[in-house]
Design a protein around this ligand. Structure first.
Ligand code: ARG
Length: 401
């Protein structure tokens, strides 16, 4: 029987050429797999038709937008995950959902190998292949750009020679990856890290310098998940989409960073994640009133480690699963409303309320009626400083003072 290979297919030039390129190099039949994670653009049906026209024997397409929002974006929100303190893991969280569908398609169509369009320099090859190894240990991986010398020039020549139904002239100087959680733009002019991004690279956000009138929004959460916006019930996907629109119109969520790739390279990336950043900001402020102090402090460390694991392609790892269980436990009382103003590139919280809040007005107030017994603070401070005081006395003795 002819060997079968499933290919992660975007509908663009490189993966369209990869269909025939892989076929010629390996003699295998290629099944194209297109997964919609909210990247916009063409319909799944158009992508399916192009895959078949480019020589795929079958095409598997899936609308995974709700799955992505519920099972990948929401855990990222519960973790307030920002890699290196900035990046909300836009591309990193989309790879595992695509991997799930690739493995499913491989089983459905009896494929032995999974192919993807990544280069050998980035994180995404790692995320795909570590994911595939974990979910389908018997499956092999192949990356035509990395393993079969499929360069841009060769891709254009191949598409023209074979008359593939794909545009080869459109010149985009940037490499872009986008989904409902955000958008990532790199390469070209941005590789000089002193160059400021030009206006044309943005798509999810408007220029924050000239914002429309401030937009006040109330986001309601239930156990860490947004469930209503301005009192109207929403699904996680709808919450992200609505905030992408509203926060995007105010220029919220533009990020310009040089980040540490897993493969040891520092790289410049521009992100736009208006919905994600507005949601993370609101969620964090709700946690501030609903999570106990020690749990909250520890959770910040867990979140950082979680973000590193996910960035590094360990979505399906045991440690990530254990950290998820901790994070999930912290979300039990993260329910309530956050009011925030979106304006001029910022999402600023100005009100919070929760039935499960730990904020106690009677303890906090400086007005009369205060229930906090201030006289107890004195003894507490004495004991709190004791250990350092004893050590300092020892230090002074030891230095002969
Ligand atoms: N640097 C980011 C990451 O590794 C985004 C990579 C996405 N690719 C792109 N073409 N911008 O998650």
């Amino acid at each position: 029987m002819t060997e079968r290979i499933v290919l992660a297919y975007s509908g663009g030039l490189d993966t369209s050429v990869a269909i025939g390129w892989i076929g010629e190099a390996t003699g295998a039949e290629v099944i194209a797999v297109a997964v919609d994670v909210g990247q916009g653009g063409e319909s799944l049906e158009d992508i399916r038709q192009r895959a078949l026209a480019c020589g795929a024997v079958e095409a598997y397409v899936a609308d995974a937008r709700d799955e992505f929002a519920n099972e990948y974006a929401m855990p990222t929100l519960k973790a307030n995950a920002l890699y290196q303190g900035h990046y909300p893991l836009v591309s990193a969280i989309s790879r595992p959902v695509i991997v799930k569908h690739l493995v499913k398609a491989a089983r459905e169509f009896g494929a032995t190998t999974v192919a993807h369009g990544c280069t050998g320099k980035g994180n995404d090859q790692v995320r795909f292949e570590v994911g595939i190894q974990t979910l389908g240990p018997d499956l092999k991986c192949i990356a035509p750009v990395r393993d079969l010398a499929l360069t841009r020039d060769k891709a254009i020549a191949f598409a023209e020679a074979k008359g593939l139904p794909i545009e080869t002239t459109k010149k985009n100087p940037y490499s872009i990856d986008q989904n409902v959680w955000g958008r990532a733009v790199e390469t070209g002019y941005l590789e000089d890290i002193w160059n400021a991004p030009t206006k044309d690279i943005y798509d999810y956000t408007a220029t924050p310098e000239f914002p429309p009138a401030p937009d006040e929004v109330i986001i309601s959460f239930l156990q860490g998940v947004p469930v209503a916006i301005d009192g109207v019930k929403v699904s996680p996907l709808q919450a992200i989409q609505e905030l992408n629109r509203r926060a995007g119109a105010q220029g919220v969520g533009r990020i310009d960073v040089v980040e540490d790739r897993l493969v040891g390279i520092k790289s410049r990336e521009i992100y736009e994640a208006p919905g994600a950043m507005a949601l993370i900001t609101a969620h964090k402020h709700l946690e501030d009133i609903t999570i106990e102090r020690e749990q909250a402090r520890f959770k910040a460390n867990v979140s950082q480690r979680w973000a590193e694991l996910v960035y590094d392609g360990q979505w399906f790892s045991p440690l990530k699963r254990s950290l998820d269980a901790f994070i999930e436990d912290t979300q039990q009382y993260v329910s309530g409303d956050i009011r925030m103003t979106l304006h001029g590139g910022q999402a600023i919280v100005n009100g919070r309320r929760s039935e499960t809040s730990l904020y106690d007005f009677d303890l906090a107030t400086y007005d009369t009626g205060d229930t906090f017994d201030q006289s107890q603070a004195k003894g507490f401070i004495e004991l709190w400083g004791m250990s350092s005081k004893v050590a300092s006395q020892r230090d002074q003795r030891a230095s002969g003072l």
